[in-house]
Design a binder for this molecule. Structure first.
Ligand SMILES: C[S@@+](CC[C@H](N)C(=O)[O-])C[C@H]1O[C@@H](n2cnc3c(N)ncnc32)[C@H](O)[C@@H]1O
Length: 243
């Protein structure tokens, strides 16, 4: 596959302007550190989050390149390694807001049918069908499928993350449940030979489910993109060629 973008942190691609999506994020690319003052009423934890967010080189780079989220870089890296988006005819992107992945998909593959879904609204995007609602709701799934023109999706992506409570077991259960819904939908509707990419965590709760998913595909890989923060424990299961 032709290299889509400059490698992460590579000097070669630094500051390179191109109409292709760029995943370039160099540590040297950081602008001056932003300091967030602890405002009265704002918790230390949220001040820490804001400070980290605004000093994150991926956030800065996303703003510079006009990507709607730092998550865009995760998908760019995934695509550099697996090259599945470019060939797809019908892609469903679950957990799309604010739309970084949709932007990357459209830039790489301008012609596929592209449907996004999220609980949250997004700013409209040309040539993207967006369904606002809870993907676990059967009515929302029917709505997604009603736009398929009788085609089966050949690539289903999920970057969905539930709202976390901070209570480990509750959160792991919520993540596992969401993955279960995503897989049930994908198992039923994905085209033969299609691909399924989902975000998950090594919580132990999904072990059996991940095994089951992998058994439905010719090939599966765990990928943790560089833009995915270490402390989240998240990674992407990339399952290729549905049997
Ligand atoms: C990490 S964000 C996705 C970022 C996105 N991939 C991007 O590139 O901008 C996770 C998203 O999952 C969505 N989400 C969580 N649970 C959902 C559900 N049940 N149905 C639809 N979206 C959901 C959240 O609203 C949130 O916007």
């Amino acid at each position: 596959m032709a290299k889509l973008v400059a490698g992460l942190g590579s000097k070669k691609g630094k500051n390179k302007k191109s109409d292709k999506p760029q995943s370039l994020v160099s540590a040297n690319h950081r602008t001056e550190a932003v300091r967030i003052k602890t405002a009265a009423g704002r918790k230390i934890a949220s001040t820490r989050w804001l400070t980290r967010h605004f000093n994150d080189p991926y956030v800065q780079e996303a703003q510079k390149l006009g990507y709607r989220s730092r998550a865009a870089f995760k998908l760019l890296e995934l695509e550099e390694r697996i090259n599945l988006i470019a060939q797809a005819k019908f892609i469903i992107d679950l957990g799309s807001a604010p739309g970084g992945w949709l932007q990357i998909i459209r830039a790489i593959n301008p012609h596929c049918l592209l449907i996004g879904c999220d609980l949250l609204p997004i700013d409209p995007m040309p040539d993207v069908i967006f369904i606002e609602g809870d993907f676990t709701d059967a009515k929302i799934q029917t709505q997604i499928l009603s736009h398929s023109n009788g085609q089966k999706p050949d690539l289903i992506l999920s970057d969905m993350s539930p709202n976390l409570t901070g209570h480990k077991n509750t959160d792991f259960t919520k993540i596992a449940l969401l993955l279960e819904h995503t897989w049930q939908f994908s198992k039923t509707h994905l085209a033969k030979g299609g691909h399924f990419i989902c975000k998950t965590r090594a919580s132990g709760m999904e072990t059996d489910l991940l095994k089951e998913i992998k058994a439905h595909f010719a090939q599966a890989r765990h990928i943790k993109p560089k833009a995915s923060r270490k402390e989240t424990g998240e990674f992407y299961l990339v399952s290729m060629t549905a049997l």
